[in-house]
Design a protein around this ligand. Sequence first.
Ligand SMILES: O=C(O)c1ccc[n+]([C@@H]2O[C@H](COP(=O)([O-])O)[C@@H](O)[C@H]2O)c1
Ligand SMILES: Cc1cc2nc[nH]c2cc1C
Length: 367
Amino acid sequence: MLESTVAAIRPLDETAMVAARDLQGRLTKPAGSLGALEPLSVRLAGLAGACPPPLPEPAAVAVFAGDHGVYAQGVTPWPQEVTAQMIGNFLAGGAVVNAFARQAGASVTVVDVGVATPLPVDPAASADPAGPVRSVDSAGPRLVAANVRAGTRDMTVTAALTRDEARAAVETGIRVAGELVDGGAGILLTGDMGIGNTTPAATLVAAFTGVDPAEATGRGTGVDDETYQRKVAVVRAALDRHAPDPADPLGVLAAVGGLEHAALAGLILGAAARRVPVLLDGVIAVSGALAAAAFAPDAVGAMVAGHRSAEPGATAALRHLGLDPLIDLGLRLGEGTGALLALPVVTGAVRVLHEVATFDSAGVVEK
Ligand SMILES: O=C(O)c1ccc[n+]([C@@H]2O[C@H](COP(=O)([O-])O)[C@@H](O)[C@H]2O)c1
Ligand SMILES: Cc1cc2nc[nH]c2cc1C
């Protein structure tokens, strides 16, 4: 499934992009006056192969959750059980992602791809691992039970995952993308939950971009100076131990990644293969995006950077991908919150191509 998905990812459609650029030039506004929205609308036309491209509706957030063996190195002050507890909160509708999703009219799908402690929900009430994801317009958040293993191994001691485990997580992400698109989603938004997951995110950023661990590593949930220094040392030690090859993205994900990072890479690949835009959230999402781009460079055409996370690795990753974030509010929550706040910007960029009059049709004279 990974290989066929990668093979299905194609470049943007030049004809649709030429048409969108031409249309932008004829709309009743000074050329370029919508700033970053104009090239975004052109790119989305190229992705859809149509001008105008469809409005990115309805929106579906997929929140991938996992735990981390590197937690044992003291890289975060939060108890590991918070990952499972927050899944309960997502499913009850009480998290920030739920509030922003209600505001944006987006569905929330929570995917347990690797949580280590028991979920505070009845697994029988959740979707079968191989079962369908309900359509995006059904009510309420839902759980997909697709646990590959109960957290990764400690990457400072051994590889975090086997290649087969990493592949299983990537393929879970691809499957979720396909089911959300089949359910009618017009745009996918990335979300993540995993205590400790900014450490593997920083390691992935350093592995794929080549930046120094000190530049890739941030304070995550808000760690103190001592923990921050330990975190940088942990990232450096993992890179020294595994020397991951950025040309082998499955190998990198297995050595130093996380199950949610791998699944996010899969979600992005799945969206790109279906030619549906994928709106990226914070540092965990963009570290997964680096893996997706290493599998399929043309997948970048489907990516929209929702926001600039306060986590410095996010900026290094976005620079490497050549993406400019739509908003920059100093967020560092994850869950999909930054992507959800950016969603109206993406919809606005496309709506312009659908609804704005041309100089000709409106009888407005040009300069
Ligand atoms: O999205 C981000 O850029 C982001 C930045 C810092 C922290 N987080 C969230 O905080 C958790 C990881 O933080 P930490 O300090 O435990 O590594 C995890 O659940 C992430 O969703 C997320
Ligand atoms: C409370 C809490 C909520 C989160 N949401 C995403 N990551 C998180 C980390 C913590 C600690």
